[in-house]
Ligand binder design. Structure first.
Ligand code: SF4
Length: 374
């Protein structure tokens, strides 16, 4: 948008997600983004589709249409800090007529700052299950996740009316591919009915074995592999799942499918920054560079297994230094958007160091393991 319209003429929207995206979290919070950065995440009744113009989404739109910091959002939100979802950064895509028309409607909603919108979401995020076959140090789902909360076939049927205008259906978990219902949904997606729909998958990669039909048939926009390590030793210590060599075989299958053209989306290697892996930040960037994939770093939420890098000054300074170096390297390679994402995480660290705040993220929320599930 910033290339089409002079920045000075664009209304200020520091984050467009309330107009473009709807997320259902593993804990059944609903909103435009990750509940960890919403000031007061709430669970709402009713259908997923109804939430698009429901009270939560409207409160975010109201807050993001006003000047000043949006009261719905935490100061520590890396999306807000990096500016990667500002209106000027928004991209419009070509496609079928209904798909393009919907984007124009969304844009009109955004420019007008409407609370009740006419456009349909461009991105949806759903968690197929909390079950996971790994037990990563920083994530509780390996321990407490269950297939009993698997999203049902009826849930995916109810999504169908939204899908023609959706450009990305994002899925995370738990391990999304551990859900048989979700795998079936993926393999049944009819590209003639949804020509513009792409899937964005966050996965530990263990199910994507060479020759898996998902790699051949599913229209991915992105596959994010939670690798969290650049060496077999750190991989074993952090992820506590398959041996690195097996996952390396799956990564090679992904790269090969991309080379053949059956897999068109971006591949991203993701690392949650922990005490156990922080010494491999530079090596992780190099690994991604060697495999010609994108890279993503994330600050940890909570302090599971005492692994948060947010709890002592020395660790925070070391991680900040490494992130700044990683962003520099990405900028040198012309990967400015990736560098911007890394700097968004780095800025959260920088500010907490300046405030001498040595506590796990997110601020003001109890560890979910202490919460009573609804
Ligand atoms: S600014 Fe952050 S918390 Fe607010 S809507 Fe955007 S991503 Fe969510």
């Amino acid at each position: 948008m910033g290339d089409l319209i002079d920045h000075a003429e664009l209304p200020r929207r520091d984050c467009v997600l309330p107009w473009t995206r709807l997320e259902l979290s593993t804990r059944r919070f609903l909103g435009p983004c990750c509940a960890d950065f919403q000031r007061e995440p709430v669970r709402v009744g009713g259908s997923f589709a109804d939430a698009w113009n429901g009270s939560v989404q409207r409160s975010f739109r109201r807050a993001l249409s006003r000047a000043g910091h949006p009261e719905t959002c935490r100061e520590s939100c890396p999306t807000l800090r990096s500016g990667r979802e500002r209106l000027a950064e928004m991209q419009l895509r070509g496609g079928s007529a209904p798909f393009v028309e919907n984007q124009l409607m969304v844009l009109e909603d955004l420019l007008e700052g409407r609370e009740q919108v006419r456009g349909q979401p461009l991105e949806l995020m759903v968690p197929p299950t909390t079950f996971c076959n790994y037990d990563c140090l920083m994530c509780e789902w390996g321990e407490v996740g269950t297939l009993e909360d698997e999203l049902s076939a009826e849930f995916y049927d109810a999504l169908a009316p939204l899908l023609p205008s959706v450009r990305a259906l994002e899925v995370a978990g738990g391990e999304p591919l551990a859900s048989p219902i979700f795998r079936d949904f993926l393999l049944r997606l009819d590209r003639d009915i949804y020509p513009d729909l792409r899937i964005s998958l966050v996965t530990n990669g263990s199910y994507l074995s060479p020759g898996h039909p998902i790699l051949e048939r599913v229209p991915f926009s992105t596959i994010i592999i939670s690798l969290n390590a650049a060496s077999p030793e750190t991989y074993a210590a952090v992820n506590r799942g398959l041996a690195f060599e097996r996952v390396r075989g799956n990564l090679d299958a992904l790269l090969e499918a991309r080379r053949r053209g059956s897999l068109r989306g971006d591949i991203i290697y993701s690392m949650v920054l922990l005490k156990q892996n922080r010494h491999e930040i530079a090596a992780f960037v190099e690994l991604a560079e060697r495999d010609d994939v994108r890279v993503r770093f994330m600050l940890p939420m909570f302090d599971r297994n005492r692994q948060s890098v947010m709890t002592d000054e020395q660790t925070m300074r070391e991680v900040l230094h490494e992130l700044d170096r990683a962003a520099e390297r990405l900028n040198e390679r012309g990967e400015t958007r990736q560098a911007q994402g890394v700097l968004g995480e780095a800025d959260v660290l920088r500010e907490r160091l300046a405030q001498r705040l040595f506590e796990p993220l997110p601020d003001g929320r109890a560890d979910p393991q202490d919460e009573v599930e609804p």
